[in-house]
Design a protein around this ligand. Structure first.
Ligand SMILES: Nc1ncnc2c1ncn2[C@@H]1O[C@H](COP(=O)(O)OP(=O)(O)O)[C@@H](O)[C@H]1O
Length: 322
């Protein structure tokens, strides 16, 4: 998606706009980083503290008369839908039709067909295709095993003398404040974790939730994502901590948000703002009008001239008739 590039224009503009109520660039403010978790891919963008080593992960642009150089990368297949698919495929012991799933609640089960599971380029289909075969997924509600299984979806090795995100992708150390939205927000909102809770609080809430058995009565509202919240919560922790290398100290720099300045955040809005050129490249010029004293003098002169003209016309008529 275009989002991870344009979201920075959007966030910066909206946040600045909400503070200043003007479309201009206030001085000495930092660019906010953006963390986006979509269905198919996840994106990270921020202004690094060091010059980036790798041009394929850098973007440059001009905004409000200033040049920006950002780090950005999009990890395809690491969006929440595709990541859960990779997890399920990894838990599938071919040709066994039962899959025990540590991230799903104990007591939960569902049927999926082989074609549902292996219909994506993010998972490798088994060598003997049997698309109609039905697989039964059974929840075991085991957060430690869930975490281990999710870790295996990532490759954390990184070449010497460099820093990485994951799968060998170069990434400078995270820096500054971040907005985490879309998939990051949905699950954390459900778990009431969007009000800057401490890292230990977040961890214990997720552990407690993941240990719950499947009792729909506990959550009376209809929610088609209910059975996925534990998997996604643990996936988010793994992605942010082991993937992007946040830690318990930098955790407080992540703001899980749906909105900035009363506007929903998402890649579509960023794309639209970028596409319609609504965000200025150059700084606003302050065009000065007249000084108030000059303006008042000019108005007084015009009023006096009109009055004098009317008086002269009246006198002229008066003398004529006399
Ligand atoms: N209310 C919700 N609760 C939990 N997950 C959701 C909710 N709405 C959407 N999702 C999931 O969040 C992911 C990202 O959503 P979205 O940002 O709309 O997707 P995309 O960027 O792929 O268009 C999708 O995988 C979707 O299944």
């Amino acid at each position: 998606s275009f989002g991870w590039i344009t979201i920075n224009y959007l966030l910066e503009t909206l946040v600045k706009y909400s503070f200043a109520e003007k479309w201009e660039h206030p001085q000495d403010t930092e660019v906010l980083g953006a963390l986006d978790l979509g269905g198919a891919s996840t994106q990270i963008t921020f202004q690094p503290g060091v010059t980036t080593e790798d041009n394929s992960t850098s973007i440059f642009f001009r905004l409000y008369g200033r040049n920006y150089s950002l780090y950005t990368h999009s990890y395809l297949c690491y969006g929440q839908t595709q990541a859960l698919k990779m997890l399920l495929a990894a838990l599938h012991k071919v040709p066994h039709p039962l899959i025990s799933h540590p991230c799903y609640p104990a007591g939960y089960w569902e049927n999926v067909t082989m074609s549902d599971l292996y219909n994506s380029p993010c998972v490798h289909a088994p060598s003997t295709p049997s698309p109609a075969q039905v697989l039964t997924v059974i929840g075991t509600g085991d957060p430690a095993a869930c975490s281990t299984a999710i870790q295996k979806l990532f490759n954390f090795t990184c070449g010497a003398n460099r820093t990485c995100g994951f799968n060998g992708v170069y990434q400078p150390p995270v820096r500054g404040q971040f907005f985490a939205f879309a998939g990051f927000y949905y699950t954390f909102h459900f778990l009431n974790l969007t009000s800057q809770q401490s890292f230990s609080n977040v961890n214990s809430t997720i552990q407690t939730f993941c240990n719950k058995s499947w009792l729909v009565e506990t959550f009376p509202q209809e929610d088609k994502f209910l059975h996925t919240y534990c998997s996604v919560a643990i996936y988010i922790l793994t992605l942010l901590l082991d993937g992007y290398k946040f830690n318990e100290h930098t955790w407080s720099n992540i703001h899980f948000s749906r909105q900035a300045a009363n506007t929903d955040i998402g890649w579509t809005l960023g794309f639209m703002l970028n596409f319609t050129n609504m965000i200025p490249t150059e700084a606003l010029e302050h065009v000065k009008g007249h000084q108030p004293s000059v303006w008042a003098g000019a108005v007084s002169f015009i009023v006096l001239a009109i009055v004098a003209g009317l008086v002269a016309a009246f006198l002229q008529c008066f003398w004529k008739t006399k």
